[in-house]
Design a protein around this ligand. Structure first.
Ligand code: FES
Length: 567
């Protein structure tokens, strides 16, 4: 690929030479010499925001990227995109993932850039960056925020945000008091960086490394380590190599690379959210992720990583244990090794270096004696989810994985908020809690509401898990027997909308089935009565989203942003 620097994407005045002369003069106004302005331009997409705690260290991180670009002979130019701080957005950050992806794509297309370094980390940011970069087609490399370090409370280790939920559940059960929960609140997120467990952010960082879009080791270096800055500097240098090689995202994120990402997702016991994000990223490149294939991959991939939310360790332990290098080596026999990475080498070449399993650590297991013999993420189908639903089997209570239960239905998030803790709620631990209208359109934005709270009276009696079913998502830091992403969603008239309190539902994870035990005739009668929930009075981007967002099994992307071959 030839570098064009400032001459890329010239403003149209009908006179190219004038446009270039004008651009150069304005660029010189920023204090650059003519020599600097003749260099290839590497954009650095900065997702820093004072409303995103996970990216607090990005000013320093971006400076490190700049050093690398200068060293390799490029001109680094930093620019912002919207930032999605997971807990600072209402109704949910997922509503804005596609907006961020549009911003990224449009700015990569519009500005005079030869390559780009994508910095991000908090849950939706890496997916949005890759969706936009995949569509824009510039050589791109990802620098992740890196995870937070952990802290402690009365000798007990604490990390965002599985422990947030654990302590909140203890508070709801009256096991700890207000003073204790206030103290925990101040210790859960002690440093910059992404949540310190194998939640969505860490899962996506590992999956992006598996896709080949990040330098080896980049997924797990803690945010505050000096190595994180060195990784950023190296990535800045590598952006210039990508430019020289003409290595664009479509040459790296191939169908085989997406399969590798799915193998890694199972091996790390990663977040359910990664499926929807990978589907969306692949959709930008014309790659269709087959959810049935996920079940085959689950059956052949051992779970190797023992981190919270389902295990015991934290991301800093994973990093010290060797991180993705160990995981990739242990499942090397399953992976496509001929795929290219941002290093310019194939994955096989990267894994050719001498390797010995680190026996001194406890968070990564060898494939020969795995934590679990099969992957934890499975896809369910059946008359309740004709287009699929997800279950994180590895985070579920085994006794609940194959069970018939009575549905206790909540028709909206407002309904669940109003009734879940009522002493009058007719519910037993054997019931299935069902939430409707929390999907991509019904939410809107598919909030992380699928981890329905255990009704207070059951929680107080010691119940810690129940089968929960919804068209929502679940935080990657959550756990339980939670069926998610039911498609089609209730708001568009999917079968989930037809469930009534008292119906029987069968969850059969062995057969990968989710069945509503109601006769076809009765379902037809209910379907005839169905009317969609009142459309929200939304404007601007939210209105566009409601008109164009697709279902969860297609990645919940906007239809016009998917690759033309998939539209
Ligand atoms: Fe940013 Fe968890 S809040 S990764």
């Amino acid at each position: 690929m030839t570098a064009h620097g400032l001459a890329n994407n010239l403003t149209e005045y009908g006179d190219r030479e004038f446009a270039l002369y004008l651009r150069r003069s304005f660029a010189r106004a920023m204090g650059f010499s003519s020599e600097a302005l003749r260099k290839p331009i590497v954009g650095i997409l900065n997702t820093y925001s004072e409303l995103n705690n996970c990216h607090r260290h990005f000013p320093q991180l971006v400076d490190a990227v700049k050093r690398g670009v200068w060293q390799a002979g490029g001109l680094p130019l930093e620019f912002p995109t919207i930032s999605l701080g997971e807990v600072f957005l209402s109704p949910t950050s997922m509503l804005y993932r596609n907006l961020m992806a549009m911003d990224v794509e449009s700015m990569l297309r519009a500005q005079p850039l030869d390559a780009v370094v994508l910095t991000g980390g908090c849950d939706k940011t890496l997916p949005a960056l890759l969706m936009g970069a995949a569509s824009a087609g510039l050589p791109a490399i990802v620098v992740a925020a890196g995870p937070m370090l952990t802290s402690q409370y009365q000798g007990e280790r604490l990390g965002a945000c599985t422990d947030c939920r654990r302590f909140w559940a203890r508070f709801r059960r009256n096991e700890i008091d207000q003073v204790a929960i206030d103290t925990v609140e101040g210790q859960l997120a002690p440093t910059p960086g992404t949540c310190s467990v194998m939640g969505t952010a860490s899962t996506m960082a590992c999956v992006v490394e598996a896709l080949g879009m990040m330098l080896p080791g980049g997924a797990s270096i803690p945010a505050v380590y000096a190595d994180r800055m060195r990784n950023a500097e190296e990535s800045g240098k590598q952006a210039m190599t990508l430019l020289r090689l003409g290595l664009t995202p479509d040459k790296i994120m191939t169908p085989a690379a997406f399969e590798n990402a799915l193998y890694v997702l199972q091996a790390i016991g990663g977040s359910t959210n990664a499926i929807i994000h990978l589907t969306a990223i692949a959709g930008r490149l014309g790659v269709k992720l087959d959810l049935q294939r996920l079940n085959e991959i689950a059956d052949t991939t051992p779970v190797l990583v023992d981190l919270k939310p389902t295990g015991s360790g934290y991301m800093e332990d994973f990093h010290r244990a060797g991180g993705m290098r160990v995981v990739l080596n242990e499942i090397k026999h399953l992976l496509h090794l001929d795929v290219l990475t941002v290093t310019g080498q194939t994955l096989g070449e990267l894994l050719d270096e001498p390797y010995t399993f680190p026996t001194w650590q406890q968070v990564i297991y060898p494939a020969s004696a795995p934590l679990q013999p099969k992957g934890g993420l499975i896809v369910l189908k059946g008359n309740l989810a004709p287009d699929g639903a997800l279950l994180k089997r590895g985070a579920a209570t085994p006794a609940l994985l194959n069970k018939v239960g009575r549905a206790v239905v909540f028709t909206s998030l407002a309904d669940i908020a109003a009734r879940i803790d009522s002493p009058e709620l007719d519910v037993t631990p054997d019931d299935f809690l069902v939430l409707q209208n929390a999907g991509p359109l019904g939410g809107p934005g598919m909030p992380e509401a699928g981890y329905l709270p255990i009704p207070k009276k059951l929680a107080a009696a010691g119940v810690t898990d129940m089968v929960r079913i919804s068209d929502a998502r679940m935080s990657g830091t959550a756990f339980g027997t939670v069926v998610l992403h039911v498609a089609p969603e209730a708001a568009v008239g999917g079968p989930l909308a037809l469930v009534r309190t008292g119906d029987l539902i069968e969850l059969n994870s062995d057969r990968r089935e989710l069945t509503l035990r109601v006769s076809d005739a009765e379902l037809a009668r209910r379907r005839a009565e169905f009317s969609p929930p009142a459309a929200s009075a939304l404007r601007g981007y939210e209105a566009l989203y409601l008109r164009h967002c697709q279902q969860a099994n297609l990645g919940a992307d906007l239809d016009f942003l998917r690759h033309p071959t998939l539209q």
